[in-house]
Design a protein around this ligand. Structure first.
Ligand code: AMP
Ligand code: ZN
Ligand code: FE
Ligand code: FE
Length: 282
């Protein structure tokens, strides 16, 4: 079977591999195609696309935007975006600005809590854009925590003492940005929305679809078989395309492997073909 992975991160956001290394890794793993979907940035795409071209590998240009959604985490993937679109790049710059505002505040909170990490230490573990996983890595390096999970649970996760909010686009705005740059918006890992009932999730998906949503990430490392089945049924019912990915972050997300996730993930190339067919018809 030709297997693909439509959700991966490079060190342009919070993965551990450089974009070119990520492509080389996908080639080595025998992937039929992957998408690079860094958080809030397309900075890794030129390097990844060059590496893919050099090794005749199919790389889907993408990104993953964190949208403003109070009940849980809403991440919107955008596939086949024109990452050179100036309007798109300008809007993404607002998200970079939001991180530049937030990161020093998180570090100041940690210092108040007795954890002496510095901005430079955090910058040193990042590939440019800083996210909470880099702060967690820096905390691990100085021995303030035993592992990355502890850094999140005790300090960095929403509700924890060093959590700081940052500006996010509302879902309709995030999807409009992706659409105007020629991309296809897809809702990532729907379980993080924390919908309590199937009806609530259906209402939300219907609303998102009216705003431009094209697909649902039904196949995902952390979905149980029951969740995958439910999301596949919902995608069918609502007329959304099915996508899937591992959320590979290299060594920055332990236990999640490209293509296979935590072990059982398998995404056939046909899922990408459907996306490409839709893109061609737009
Ligand atoms: P940020 O973009 O700075 O808000 O950080 C988001 C990143 O942190 C995402 O890549 C998540 O995978 C990661 N993350 C969020 N919560 C946790 C957690 N509890 N444990 C490990 N990583 C997490
Ligand atoms: Zn990430
Ligand atoms: Fe995500
Ligand atoms: Fe992700």
């Amino acid at each position: 079977m030709n297997l693909i992975d439509l959700h991966t991160h490079s060190n342009a956001s919070d993965g551990s591999l450089a974009p070119g290394e990520l492509v080389a890794y996908a080639v080595q793993k025998g992937a039929a195609a992957i998408a690079l979907t860094d958080h809030d940035t397309v900075a890794g795409l030129p390097e990844a696309l060059r590496a893919a071209e050099a090794s005749h590998f199919e790389l889907v240009p993408g990104l993953e935007i964190s949208a403003d959604y109070s009940d849980g985490g809403m991440h919107i993937l955008g596939y086949f975006i024109n990452h050179t679109d100036p309007v798109f790049q300008l809007e993404l710059e607002r998200l970079q600005e939001a991180r530049r505002e937030r990161n020093p505040k998180i570090i100041a909170r940690l210092q108040e809590l007795g954890i002496p990490i510095t901005y430079d230490q955090v910058l040193a573990v990042s590939g440019g854009q800083i996210g909470r996983p880099h702060i967690a890595q820096a905390m691990l390096q100085i021995g303030a925590v035993q592992n990355l999970d502890e850094a999140f649970t005790h300090y960095l996760t929403k509700g924890a003492p060093a959590y700081v909010e940052k500006f996010r686009f509302p879902p309709d705005r995030a999807m409009a940005l992706i659409l105007q740059a020629g991309g296809l918006p897809v809702l990532a890992h729907p379980f993080t929305l924390n919908c309590t009932t199937r009806e609530q999730l259906i209402r939300l998906l219907r609303e998102l679809k009216e705003q431009g949503l094209q697909g649902l990430e039904c196949l995902y490392s952390e979905h149980t078989p029951e969740q995958s089945r439910e999301y596949l049924a919902l995608a069918e019912k609502l007329g959304l395309l099915v996508t899937g990915g591992s959320d590979f972050h290299g060594k920055n997300k332990e236990g999640v492997e490209m293509l296979t996730g935590t072990g059982a993930l398998r995404i056939p190339y046909e899922r990408l073909q459907s996306l490409k067919d839709l893109k061609a018809s737009h």
